[in-house]
Design a protein around this ligand. Sequence first.
Ligand code: ADE
Length: 229
Amino acid sequence: MRVDVLTLFPEMFESPLGHSILKRAQQSGIVEIVLSNIRDFVTDSYKKVDDKPYGGGPGMVMMPEPVFDCFEHVEKLSAEKGRVILLTPQGQKFDHRKAVELSKEKRLIFISGRYEGFDERIREGLGAEQLSIGDYVLSGGELAAMVVIDSVVRLLGGALGDEDSSKDDSFSDGLLEYPQYTRPEVFRGMKVPDILLSGDHGKIAKWRRDKALERTKLWRPDLLKGDKS
Ligand code: ADE
């Protein structure tokens, strides 16, 4: 998969992309992540990327020209057309199902904005879909883009080692994950459930399923109702 990110702050991505699974996935060629700085595409000497909203109101709005120019440059870097995604609190709410859907694409192009928002012509003109990572407002789309990229890349074949497959993750079957334990068998008086030490794989699988259901009912009943809010 190829992932392009258009942003005013490419440095913000360095640490998240430079560690653990995202680092390994890039090194092994499972994903190529290319960061492009929107500010590099500003033609005026002040390097202005935002301006006051027409009609008045607080804050600044991302100007269309540098975003379009950056996008048109980035688009040509690969023959693959790609799906264009604008990170904004007004977008469709991102979830595991969306992560699976995006993980099947060959190319994703994310646009992270700052300030009060994007000039509306960016969404319209680039045919971008909008994604939100939750009902709260971040200072910019960068953290949101990182969240989406991380959750998509870990689903790509080979991104996780055999030892940490994503198939039992929370949400992969619509339920929260079952409880996990590792050594020691007893920690500060708290014991690992006997069944996990029994070696009976059938019983362990059933116990895990029951526990996953139990904690989903308790902590996230909305998941069982298919309620996505
Ligand atoms: N930009 C600002 N807030 C955001 C959110 N909740 N999701 C995605 N992008 C954002």
